[in-house]
Design a binder for this molecule. Structure first.
Ligand SMILES: C[S@@+](CC[C@H](N)C(=O)[O-])C[C@H]1O[C@@H](n2cnc3c(N)ncnc32)[C@H](O)[C@@H]1O
Ligand SMILES: Nc1nc2[nH]cc(C(=O)O)c2c(=O)[nH]1
Ligand code: SF4
Ligand SMILES: [Mg+2]
Length: 236
């Protein structure tokens, strides 16, 4: 059995973002990321300062935990992180599929894996300039290629400012066949500090207004629903 480096496994909760928003979900969050986005809301799964809190688990132990949390009722398992594409989820997906579970994966699109092809949903989230990262589009294209056969592939872009917005438009033009989801960036990522719901609403309204004013009717613009409900609390 493959070993997986796990930061946390939690749920069931609802998927708060993008194409599967509202969907009952158990999250498997891996430890480790090849990116360091300036505004990452999941640093506890990225920063090596948290490495001691990550557990190396055999795949069957992860699968047992998913079944325990969901009480054996099939639902969607979201593989997130960190970058889950660093790890090998082939066996977990096979175990889950055999029992009727579905698998989604959230990744920035920097590392391609063969198991993308057996996902039910692949969410590719290339990072805009505000992240401080630069997208390698060759790697991103390799992810798309690897995902041939997946149930669906979507693109989700976080937008903090006008520069990110222009960047998102250009990225959308490159991939006109990928369904596109936009979400406003959130700077209130400290799990100990309550978020300001008015601030979140203002950011969302700014992004909605921009797409409508531009007659850009391609993306769906969504909030981070879980942040509205629970702020940046872990494990929800
Ligand atoms: C924490 S990441 C983990 C998966 C993968 N590393 C990625 O970035 O796609 C999950 C999603 O949260 C988004 N995200 C991270 N920090 C955010 C923030 N401060 N505001 C809004 N979205 C954020 C990412 O862009 C990504 O779509
Ligand atoms: N409820 C909920 N929805 C989410 N969508 C993406 C998340 C993530 O951090 O990957 C996330 C998360 O951590 N919680
Ligand atoms: S790629 Fe994802 S997990 Fe990694 S630093 Fe950026 S937002 Fe955080
Ligand atoms: Mg998150």
């Amino acid at each position: 059995m493959s070993q997986l480096r796990i930061a946390e496994i939690f749920g069931p909760t609802i998927q708060g973002e993008g194409a599967l928003i509202g969907e009952p979900t158990v999250f498997v969050r891996t430890g480790g990321c090849d990116y360091r986005c300036t505004w990452c809301d999941s640093l506890h799964a990225v920063d090596t300062a948290y490495r001691q809190t990550w557990a190396v688990m055999p795949t069957d132990a992860v699968w047992q935990e998913v079944q325990r949390l969901s009480k054996g009722n099939p639902l969607t398992v979201s593989l997130s992180g960190g970058n889950p594409a660093i790890q090998d989820f082939t066996q977990l997906i096979a175990l889950g599929h055999a029992k009727g579970y579905r698998f989604a994966c959230e990744t920035q699109g920097s590392i391609a894996k063969p198991w993308f092809s057996v996902l039910d949903t692949l969410v590719l989230s290339p990072k805009p300039p505000s992240s401080g990262e630069t997208v390698d589009w060759t790697a991103f294209n390799a992810c798309l290629q690897a995902a041939t056969g997946a149930g669906k592939i979507v693109m989700k872009i976080v937008v903090f400012d006008d520069t990110d917005y222009a960047w998102a438009r250009a990225a959308a033009d490159k991939y006109p066949d990928l369904p596109l989801y936009l979400q406003p960036g959130n700077l209130e990522v400290d799990p100990e500090i309550a978020v300001d719901p008015q601030n979140l609403a203002d950011k969302l309204l700014w992004l909605v207004d921009k797409t409508i004013a531009d007659n850009w009717f391609v993306p769906r613009v969504l909030p981070q629903l879980h942040v509205l409900l629970w702020g940046n609390k872990r494990g929800v």
